[in-house]
Write a protein that binds this ligand. Structure first.
Ligand code: FDP
Length: 346
């Protein structure tokens, strides 16, 4: 009998692996550190910034989970830049993210759905953030999934100088990182730095995100179409044609009305999400800088697509902070088909 047989080492390892300890994915902090070198300007600040966002999202997650138990549901009695009624949790989430990013020091300016102008944070910071702190807010009071969406840009002007419009109004193609947090049946953080998309699930008892969805891929095709059909009468003939195409082919209609949740489901299962121009909103409803750009970057990084119906979202030059855009995103073949039907005249 050799030494390891005598000590029964083999069997103790196999028992531990197979029966006792199910392996869990790499912790987010560790994953960020391990992959820091992928980022061309690697100096640790972007990594720290992503950690700041993750930390703030844990605080927001705690608050979202307490909704109903303490007085944080319902209207805050104010309106945001788009004239939408602000919910208390919208305001709270905005404060949490702004504070975390201000404390971190890596961000010089923050663009948020909840603030009219950009927020000046720290002139020494190298990054600009565009964020929707709590998206899908009309779903807060009814316990339906909501999300946070963020885009990260490198500032163009030298650090230590005042922020310029060129720092803020950057095209989506200039994002250096983007992601979202989905506060759903479990809470997930999904992000990209331009090297694929990875998803992390929050383990509340350990207070940490763990890699659960490595290298996420949007299927090239799908059978789900997500659109607010209540607005059907105000859609263009092209969009109506595409909806008929979906129905003729017995696709499944799924629309939560929380962009992050609809996007996430379609990325996992294959599908298309469309918020088109309507008679009332000629540029659609969604915001280019803090909703569509981040999701477009993630869509492309996972093999999907994102356009405004004719132009790639990431190529649109923003002219205003709160600019809206029609949004078509999801499985590449479905987005292309919807665009083709859009371009055909009545
Ligand atoms: P909400 O107004 O609830 O914040 O971003 C805005 C958004 O939600 C998206 O999350 C959602 O997909 C969309 O609007 C829903 O709009 P409709 O109610 O017009 O369908």
């Amino acid at each position: 009998m050799n030494m390891s047989e005598a000590l029964n080492l083999k069997s103790s390892t196999s028992i531990e692996r197979s029966r006792i300890a199910h392996s869990i994915g790499t912790a987010l902090d560790r994953f960020i550190k391990l992959n820091q070198d992928q980022f061309q300007y690697a100096s640790g600040e972007l990594s720290q910034l992503l950690r700041d966002i993750a930390l703030a999202s844990k605080v927001v997650n705690r608050e979202v989970n307490k909704a109903g138990l303490i007085d944080i549901m319902g209207s805050a009695g104010s309106q945001n830049t788009g004239g939408d009624e602000q919910q208390k949790l919208d305001v709270l989430a905005n404060i949490r993210f702004t504070r975390a990013l201000a404390k971190g020091g890596e961000v010089c300016a923050l663009v948020s759905e909840e603030s009219e102008t950009y927020v000046d944070l720290n002139n020494e910071g190298k990054y600009v953030i565009a964020i929707d702190p709590l998206d899908g807010s009309s779903n807060i009071d009814v316990n339906v999934s909501i999300g946070t969406i963020f885009s990260v840009y490198r500032r163009k002007s030298p650090t230590g100088t005042p922020i310029l419009p060129i720092d803020i109004l950057q095209k989506g193609s200039e994002q250096v990182a983007a992601g979202y947090v989905l506060y759903g049946s479990s809470t997930m953080l999904v992000y990209t730095t331009g090297h694929g998309v990875n998803g992390f699930t929050y383990e509340p008892t350990l207070g940490e995100y763990f890699l659960s969805h490595p290298d996420m891929q949007t299927p090239e095709d799908g059978k789900i179409f997500s659109i607010n059909e209540g607005l059907y009468n105000s859609f263009s003939p092209g969009v109506k044609r595409y909806i008929s195409h979906c129905k003729d082919n017995f696709y499944t209609g799924r629309y939560i009305g929380s962009l992050v949740a609809d996007f996430h489901r379609n990325m996992l299962k294959g599908g298309v999400y469309i918020y088109p121009a309507t008679e009332k909103d000629k540029n659609g409803k969604l915001r280019l800088m803090y909703e569509c750009n981040a999701l477009a970057f993630i869509a492309e990084q996972s093999g999907g697509a994102a356009t405004n119906g004719s132009v790639r979202i990431l190529d649109i030059q923003p002219e205003r902070l709160h600019q809206r855009t029609p949004f078509y995103t999801g499985s590449i073949n479905m987005v292309e088909q919807a665009m083709a039907m859009n371009s055909t005249n009545e």
